[in-house]
Design a protein around this ligand. Structure first.
Ligand code: SF4
Length: 468
């Protein structure tokens, strides 16, 4: 659906706001979980041990409600193009086809196939071969580690790109793997298409080296403690790292990155984790440091009462804010209504602050998800004015060698070839001696299939090898 056609005029406003109560879809509607109890569902351990990791396990959940053609399509994608292996917690899978069976129509063999194909959460968590483009599956300039985070490691896993903040990749795993993951180079298990990089240094030594760098670098005040997903770190180890971090005088902001708050909220509801967050929250408060959680929801269906409960638990435990950083994905949320629905559910229902939406990065096999900078600018325009200003997310392009730029900050833009140029006002750590770092422009590329015919023809003539 195009951005323009998706805007109805039902209430005289392009977007008709209505408060919506959050709903936890009944997992018992799906054959594989018909006798799963409430206690089991609320157990983080049960959720982790029942994650769907392969086609056979997905078939056990949906049974014959989904036709073989879907499973075959998925098998083909896993074998040929997937950059991430499959890992979907039940909580997350349950937000796919959430209304199945609730419309009075009986669920029968094959009845969920089309709905599952069309489902927005499925579209990015369980990509299938027929989702991908066959013309330009990858952009010619797509690359593993498209943001060059490894190039900017100052200790293994510690990316220092911006002047005052760093990203600490604590571990290379998550409780769920998103098909579009920008860290596909490192995160998750290898797939037939992508042999993953490995950390060489032992975790304890890696984390010590990160802390050592931060103690030696007083210009850094802000640490994103990420991964992967910190929910996969045993809590005592994470707490020890955070406690050491809080002892460093220059650190004033700490953000814990965890999509598990959306995909496996049960993790953050465990008593020991809540008690641990409370201890760290108290320490942060005593030291005047802001401790926040950054999570990652891409569609309104993912925001359920369980997610709201987990976000509320974190706020009660002393986390100052829970913020959402979503990714704009065609077929998932690249539509003003979908974005506003998601933002209002986060804000009204779950006390989660809409913060950023990123353009999907230029990784291999992602062209079917990516949208152009121009469409991102339109989306930003269409969502302005509905949410409070402090909760209106910024749509940003993470430009290689630059960092996040608001989509309207583009310096030059060739709409025909889909090449935008960006500038920056700081040096990354690999540009200390680069005299032109602040004056040159840095390119970003729109998906070729979104370009006018002239632009597509130009790219075809370039004879660049990444075309698939
Ligand atoms: S949770 Fe984040 S790091 Fe993990 S797979 Fe998804 S996008 Fe990648």
């Amino acid at each position: 659906m195009s951005i323009e056609t998706s805007i109805g005029l039902e209430t005289g406003q392009p977007y008709p706001y209505r408060r919506v109560e959050l709903v936890e879809p009944d997992w018992r509607r799906l054959p594989g979980w018909s006798d799963v109890t409430e206690a089991e569902w609320r157990s983080a351990q049960w959720q982790r041990s029942h994650c769907v990791k392969n086609v056979a396990q997905l078939r056990e959940v949906f049974g014959d409600l989904v036709e073989d053609r879907f499973y075959e399509d998925l098998t083909r994608d896993q074998a040929e193009q997937a950059t991430m292996s499959m890992l979907v917690p039940p909580q997350m899978l349950n937000t796919m086809v959430p209304y199945a069976g609730l419309d009075g129509r009986a669920l029968g063999p094959g009845s969920l196939t089309d709905a599952l194909y069309a489902d927005p959460v499925r579209h990015y968590m369980i990509p299938v071969a027929s989702d991908r483009r066959t013309d330009w599956a990858s952009h010619p300039h797509a690359s593993r580690d498209s943001l060059h985070e490894h190039d900017m490691w100052v200790a293994e896993g510690l990316t220092h790109r911006y002047p005052t903040k760093v990203l600490a990749e604590m571990l290379p795993t998550c409780p769920q793997y998103c098909g579009h993951c920008t860290r596909m180079d490192l995160v998750g298990n290898s797939t037939p298409a992508v042999e993953k990089l490995k950390f060489f240094v032992k975790p304890v030594d890696r984390h010590a080296a990160m802390l050592d760098y931060l103690r030696r670098t007083p210009s850094v005040r802000d640490v994103v403690v990420s991964g992967g997903d910190v929910a996969n770190m045993p809590w005592p180890r994470l707490e020890a790292f955070l406690t050491d971090l809080l002892a460093i005088e220059n650190i004033r902001d700490i953000r814990l990155a965890t999509k598990a708050l959306i995909g496996l909220p049960q993790h953050w509801l465990q008593d020991d984790v809540r008690a641990g967050v409370e201890r760290v929250g108290r320490l942060a408060r005593d030291r005047g440091v802001s401790l926040a959680i950054h999570t990652h929801a891409n569609h309104a269906h993912s925001v359920t009462p369980m997610v709201a409960e987990a976000a509320g638990a974190m706020l009660s435990a002393g986390v100052r804010d829970v913020r959402n950083q979503g990714v704009l994905l065609d077929g998932v949320n690249a539509d003003p209504h979908a974005l506003l629905d998601l933002c209002f559910r986060l804000l009204d229902g779950a006390q989660i602050m809409p913060y950023y939406f990123y353009l999907c990065d230029m990784i291999p096999s992602a062209e079917h998800w990516r949208i152009s900078v121009r469409d991102a600018q339109r989306l930003q325009h269409h969502i302005m004015g509905y949410l409070p200003g402090f909760a209106t997310p910024r749509i940003v392009c993470d430009v290689p060698f630059v960092g996040k730029r608001w989509v309207h900050q583009v310096a030059e833009y060739d709409h025909v070839r889909g090449i935008s140029s960006w500038t920056k006002n700081y040096r990354t750590t690999i540009e200390a001696d680069d005299a032109e770092a602040l004056t040159r422009t840095y390119p970003y590329y729109d998906p070729i299939h979104t370009l006018p015919a002239e632009g597509q023809a130009w790219w075809a003539e370039q004879n660049l090898t990444a075309r698939r």
